[in-house]
Design a protein. Structure first.
Length: 235
């Protein structure tokens, strides 16, 4: 009830805090709280509602701010917020994911027409590496724990989509799920053996997990519910 909405949770690297996006009416901001919900505090205001990514040292957040073609990647410290604009792309960008070595960000952009996965180095953010060339687009990038692969959502012809894995330099794309239902929002387990994701229509999604290395069926983790999405693995 009410007009407040807390979405897109992300565990901190030490699993002691959670960052999330809070919307109250037309106001939207990034927040951080302890894992039990205590000490919730506002970090920075944003336009729109997008996911965040923690730096490996737990001191900064990467996020997207702006509207339409003005949506760009930013990085800010948590304790002393001072947003730094990372991209000036003149394209729509979203869904940042921070590499575990701290040097790179993965994200999607419609720079080439279709949404595709790109990476950049924070030392020289003007140079992008295109990771996917999916015919109908790719979104939701997530670095593997060893930073060698990226799990992502590959869009299909229509409303369906599947979870795929690609090398971080591009190439060796491998399809992980083959269900005709809509699938999205992959997240790695900390040991790199499993990927959690959401399957089903927006009106009745379920959270599933599937082995990252072998062809296997996915395991349902939740009942069908209109109130689940964007899973993020704690351990």
């Amino acid at each position: 009830p009410g007009d407040q909405c807390d979405i897109l949770p992300r565990w901190s690297p030490d699993r002691q805090r959670i960052a999330f996006t809070r919307g109250v009416g037309s106001d939207s901001a990034l927040w951080v709280m302890n894992k039990d919900g205590s000490n919730a505090r506002r970090v920075v205001s944003v336009e729109g509602k997008g996911r965040v990514a923690w730096s490996p040292d737990g001191r900064r957040l990467a996020y997207v701010d702006g509207v339409g073609k003005d949506r760009e990647l930013y990085v800010t410290a948590i304790d002393s917020p001072s947003p730094r604009r990372v991209t000036t792309s003149e394209s729509v960008v979203d869904d940042p994911s921070w590499s575990h070595d701290g040097s790179r960000l993965a994200f999607w952009s419609d720079k080439s027409g279709e949404r595709q996965i790109y990476t950049l180095t924070l030392a020289d953010p003007s140079k992008w590496t295109k990771v996917t060339s999916a015919p109908y687009g790719a979104v939701d990038p997530e670095w593997s724990p060893d930073d060698n692969r990226i799990a992502y959502t590959r869009n299909g012809d229509g409303d369906n989509s599947d979870i795929w894995i690609v090398d971080t330099a591009g190439g060796n794309d491998r399809r992980l799920t083959r269900d005709p239902a809509r699938e999205m929002d992959p997240g790695w387990s900390r040991d790199g053996k499993w990927i959690v994701f959401v399957r089903g229509p927006v009106s009745a999604p379920r959270v599933y997990a599937i082995p990252a290395q072998a062809d296997a069926d996915a395991r349902a983790l939740t009942p069908e519910s209109p109130a689940v999405g964007h899973p993020n693995w704690s351990a």
